[in-house]
Design a protein around this ligand. Structure first.
Ligand code: ZN
Ligand code: ZN
Length: 109
């Protein structure tokens, strides 16, 4: 059994196994031809579309995020691809880089 929604008369009807695969809409005023294969495809497609437009989620708290590299609005961690960083740890990393650079300049100059 399959519920088919007619786009012409805007009525739904139930298709059963005894009915032909392709036939006219049961509404006598309507000339729309249904095709069970098409209807089955329609039933499947929304899920596929949903998968294709899957939103990006924070790997830590599953909150929706705008891009692959941003600060998560949910947990306020820095999201970089599939990794998350705490803001403080990034701050530490930046500090370390600055210290390294200052050392390099000190010894090279
Ligand atoms: Zn119809
Ligand atoms: Zn998060």
């Amino acid at each position: 059994m399959l519920k088919i929604h007619c786009p012409q008369c805007k009525r739904s009807f139930l298709w059963t196994d005894e009915m032909p695969i392709q036939d006219k809409c049961p509404n006598p005023d309507c000339r729309w031809q249904y095709d069970v294969h098409d209807e089955l495809k329609k039933n499947l497609n929304p899920q596929e579309k949903h998968e294709a437009h899957k939103k990006m989620l924070c790997p830590l708290c599953q909150q929706e995020i705008a891009s692959r590299l941003c600060v998560c609005p949910g947990c306020h961690y820095i999201v970089a691809g599939k990794r998350t960083f705490r803001k403080s740890s990034l701050f530490l990393a930046v500090c370390l880089v600055l210290i390294m650079l200052s050392l390099i300049f000190k010894y090279s100059g």
